[in-house]
Every structure is written in C-alpha cells, then in structure tokens.
Design a protein around this ligand. Sequence first.
Ligand code: SAH
Ligand code: ZN
Ligand code: ZN
Ligand code: ZN
Ligand code: ZN
Length: 422
Amino acid sequence: GPALLFVKTSQGKEEGRRFYACSACRDRRDCNFFQWEDEKVSETRLAAREEYNRNHQPSFTHRQNVDRYKNFVLLPLAKRRFCQECQQLLLPAEWEEHSDHQFLCDITTAQLKSPSQLLYPLENKKTNAQYLFADRSCQFLLNLLINLGFRRVLSVGTPRLHEMIQSKASQEEDFSVRSLLLDIDFRYSQFYTEDEFCHYNMFNHHFFGGEAARETCRKFLYEENGERVIMVTDPPFGGLVEALASSFKKLMAMWRETEKEGHDNKEMPMFWIFPYFFESRILDFFPSFSMMDYQVDYDNHALYKHGKTGRRQSPVRIFTNLTPSMIVLPEEEGYRFCTVCQRYVSSGNQHCEICNSCTSKDGRRWKHCVLCKKCVKPSWFHCSNCNCCTLQKHSCEKADLGCFVCGKAGHKRSACPSLSHT
Ligand code: SAH
Ligand code: ZN
Ligand code: ZN
Ligand code: ZN
Ligand code: ZN
C-alpha cells in the first residue's frame, strides 16, 4: 500500500528533506523502497518497480487459499501435510515440489483451528514483531469484553484472540461472539474466509483486498441486532504511534458512518494494547483514553512474561476509551479497586495522597518527590544538578552535550522547545 512521508533532520537544522519509505517495514533490509519527495521518477524505474511488485505477490490469492482449504479438510488425516518452510498447507499433488522441505503430517482439525500454533511467529523485530498472547491474557481479554456486553470484535493484529473466538464459536452452541481479523500476515488467508480475515496494513489503513474487503469490514462494524462492536489491537511496539493513530481514527470513522444517528458523538470502543511508556504519545492522539494496570503477557517473549512466577514483569498495558471503573481486573492476580481513582490497580500501586492518584506505571510502588511535585520510580533520586529525578547512575553533563534537534545545551531531543508537541 501507500508509502509514508518521513523527514530526515540533521543536527541543528530545522527543516529536513522529505522522503517516502515503506509504512510497514521499519528496516531497510525488509523493504528497501526509498524515494525523495521532490525526486522525479523515470518511466524505467517505475516499470522496474511494478515488475518487482508483480514478482513479489503471494503464490495464491485469498480466494484460491479458501478453495484449497476446502479441499484440504476433505483429505484423510494421513494426507494432510503442512510445509514448514513455505508455511503452507499442501495438497497431495504438490508434495513433490516440497519433497526436500520439512513438513508436518497428520494435521488435525484442532490444528487447523489454531493456526497461530501451526505457523511460526514472525519475530523479526522491525516488521511483524509477532508476539502471541499467553493463554491467560487472551482468556482474560475475551472474558472482559464479553462481560462488558460486546458481541463483535474487530481484531486488528490480534490473530490469537481471533482464533480463540473462532474456535469457541465453532465448538460451543451458546457462544455468540464473532470476530474479524485484520492483519498483514497473509499466511492467515489459508485458514480463514474473506468474511473472517482481511489482509490489512495498520500503518496506512490499506486493505489489500480492495473495495470488497473494505465492504466486509464496514458490514462487520454495522451493529446489527444491537450486537455491540469493540476493536482490539496489539500493534508491533516499534510502530509509529502517529501512523497507527491515523489508521485507527479511520476505522473509528468507518464505524461511526455505519449508523448515522446513533453514533454521532461516540467513539468506537477500543482496546489498544501497547507498552506503558507510550502513554503520553497515545493520549496525544486519543485524549479520551486511559491506561489500565493489567499486565499483558506473551508466550514467545522472554521479557514480557508475568512477574508472579518469578519472571520479569510485562510493560504492556491496555489503553481504552471505556470508563476505567468498568474494566474489572482479576483480584486473584493481585489487582485491587481504588475507590478514589475509581479503577483497578496493581497491588503494588499505592494511592499517593499528594498526587491524589495511584501513580505507579510499572506495578512497583513509586515514591513522591516534593521537588518534582510528582511520583517517580523507586530507583530514582532527585539530582539537584539536573533539577529532576533520575537514575542514581547518570552523568549530569549529558544534557550539556546539546540537543539533537536544535543543538543547544540544557535539554534533550524529547524536551526540545523548537518541536511542537505532536
Ligand atoms: N498478541 C497478539 C499478536 C500481536 S503481534 C496475539 O496474540 O493475537 C503483532 C501483530 O500485528 C502480528 O499478528 C503481526 O502480523 C501484525 N502486524 C504487524 N505489522 C502489521 C501491519 N503493518 N499491519 C497489520 N498488522 C500488522
Ligand atoms: Zn515447501
Ligand atoms: Zn488511587
Ligand atoms: Zn505523588
Ligand atoms: Zn525529584
């Protein structure tokens, strides 16, 4: 889909040169598309690019994959193979071509219903960064949204949540929740129909399936029979908040437009799952959001597993535009309700009388600094040189080196007065 317009700034200069680069890949090794904004593109280069794109399409279309799946499930167990190298379900006629590839045999219906277990997670940090929810966190999210009364889930980059919903819907009679998965990982098109999965880029709001796919999404957002919709998203953490927010606003607009009268001043309910240190960035774009204390855990992320079992604590939280008091966090995992703040907080998160809020962001007990007039991390102390709280081990001169943006001393890039906040 469309590239994003970036700007290269160099030290001390206010205006940089603008260029287009791939929206989805933040690593040039994954996609080397680069073009100065003011550059004239020759016919030959344009043709070469189109040629390149044609040669880099997936081997099957979504439609073809759906048909292949239908044939696949008709096969007896002994003939159901999955090529691990190509990450593809194989039909018997194709075995030959993949004979020197590693494959799995006897693919069961249960395996077909949990593609996120069958496919290997695309962990390359900069592009897919596929970190799958631990079962406990996924179950928690699902129960939470069911208890809040939602019956439709727009799963944006949450294949495991989608899969849990799909799998329950096919097994449990009275389970009435539905999900539509929007994700850039096209491998999922082998397991879901066009009504269940749209190949989508959340950094530029691009539907690869064109108008038909948009229409699928629009229809899904239309709250028939009072079935309320919530969007749940868990983007790659290296992603640009600005680009994500712009796409999410477009999805919100899509929802708003499905029902002219009812939704006028309302926002589509949303859970945006992201690390706590992005709080201020998210609030810049969505002032109605608040951050919940719940720590979201992952299966394949060594650092982001739950603290209670002696492993490290996860920095990943839920940001939502729903009323915080409605988000009930599990007491058996140590969360409690703060009656002053009117929300559930981590057990270690003490209510600060001076700030009049439960101020911890990371679950540990924070301490109030009277000089900074706010609560800070327990490991910080007030440095009179820097005039703020910071790590014990820091070099006060650091700020003297000069700001990366304007080159002046006394502040860092993040606090540069020459940059507007957004
Ligand atoms: N915790 C989630 C997975 C989050 S990992 C779960 O268990 O369901 C991030 C997800 O976003 C992956 O599924 C990845 O394929 C998807 N993704 C990465 N870049 C994307 C993009 N540009 N557009 C849409 N989805 C993207
Ligand atoms: Zn193969
Ligand atoms: Zn409180
Ligand atoms: Zn305080
Ligand atoms: Zn201080």
